[in-house]
Design a protein around this ligand. Structure first.
Ligand SMILES: [Fe+2]
Length: 314
């Protein structure tokens, strides 16, 4: 990761860890950004993969305005939007949630890799936070790739993963060690019917294990628990390699961790990291607003070339 912050003139960039993550100071995102300020914000986002801004006063419309500068707005399936803002969703964990019940994102993952073109990135904004806990962790998949041995890099470069919701949810019931699709007490948050759910869980999407970032070209390990097996390999054969990578990517030196405050905003590059929503605030409510922007191209890398038509269009 480039550590040089001297190129920024309109904002201050303070790296928060050696692996990724930087706090940005000097911007008020409730007001329109001029092109120069946005260009520096985007550059910091590409350089540090996740950027944090404190003390922002963001209404849902402000989130849409900022996200739209990064890409076309996209709708997150399965949860209900904020009234009047179909691109902004609220992730809530109520204070009454039973101790030990799961969160939406309390596992290391990349968002929506079951789509052919997963989300390019997203904004998270803290509306209400618990007095302690509820941090979000981030892990740099590019640095994790760099730190593999040449032999392991060569192996990974050749592999294509089968991503399926079944890799995380199994048959959706929560049996077999998989998490249930509907978390206890959260059924009303889902907009998907049982019939659609059945089809969704069977869906399979192929992505290369090693991607090249669509903007920077940096290689990264595109592993997430949705990756159930490798093409032309069984689950049993794939599992030891996937398990190794799962542990490798989230080594502490490849991560950073954000402690939220009310008014904190994070802008996340979904092609550069895994993330994890810590669930360690039993008895307290947490409310986050989320707004995502589309990816521009199917993930590509050494094992799956960049699609010709889309590459030409960019
Ligand atoms: Fe997520």
């Amino acid at each position: 990761m480039a550590r040089d912050t001297s190129a920024f003139t309109r904002l201050s960039v303070l790296p928060v860890a050696g692996a990724l993550g930087a706090e940005i100071r000097g911007l008020d995102l409730s007001k329109p950004l001029d092109d120069t300020a946005f260009a520096e914000l985007r550059q910091a986002w590409l350089q540090y993969h996740v950027v944090f801004l404190r003390d922002q006063k963001m209404a849902p419309g402000n989130m849409e305005d900022v996200a739209r500068r990064f890409g076309d707005l996209a709708i997150t399936s399965y949860t209900n939007p904020v009234p009047g803002h179909k691109f902004v969703h609220m992730n809530v964990r109520p204070a009454e949630a039973p101790r030990g019940s799961r969160n939406y994102g309390d596992f290391w993952h990349i968002d929506q890799t079951t789509r052919e073109i997963p989300t390019g990135g997203f904004l998270l904004y803290a509306q209400m936070i618990p007095p302690y806990g509820g941090d979000t962790g981030f892990a740099n998949i590019g640095l994790a790739y760099d730190m593999l041995s040449p032999g392991m890099q060569a192996l990974c470069d050749r592999l294509v993963c089968v991503h399926t919701p079944a890799g995380v949810y199994g048959d959706g019931s929560g049996s077999g060690g998989k998490r249930p699709f509907r978390l206890p007490g959260s059924d009303k948050a889902y907009t998907i019917s049982d019939e659609t759910l059945g089809q969704y869980l069977k869906k399979e999407t192929l992505h290369p294990l090693v991607i090249e970032h669509p903007i920077t070209g940096r290689k990264g390990i595109y592993y997430t628990p949705y990756a159930n097996r490798f093409v032309d390999m069984t689950e049993a054969e794939s599992k030891p390699i996937l398990d190794y990578l799962a542990g490798h990517i989230v080594r502490p030196e490849f991560t950073c961790r954000l402690r939220w405050e009310v008014g904190s905003l994070a802008i996340i590059d979904n092609n550069a990291m895994q993330h994890f929503a810590y669930q360690d605030y039993h008895g307290h409510r947490r409310e986050m607003l989320r707004c995502e922007f589309s990816g521009t191209v199917r993930p590509f890398g050494p094992a799956m070339p960049r699609p010709e038509s889309r590459a030409a269009a960019e």
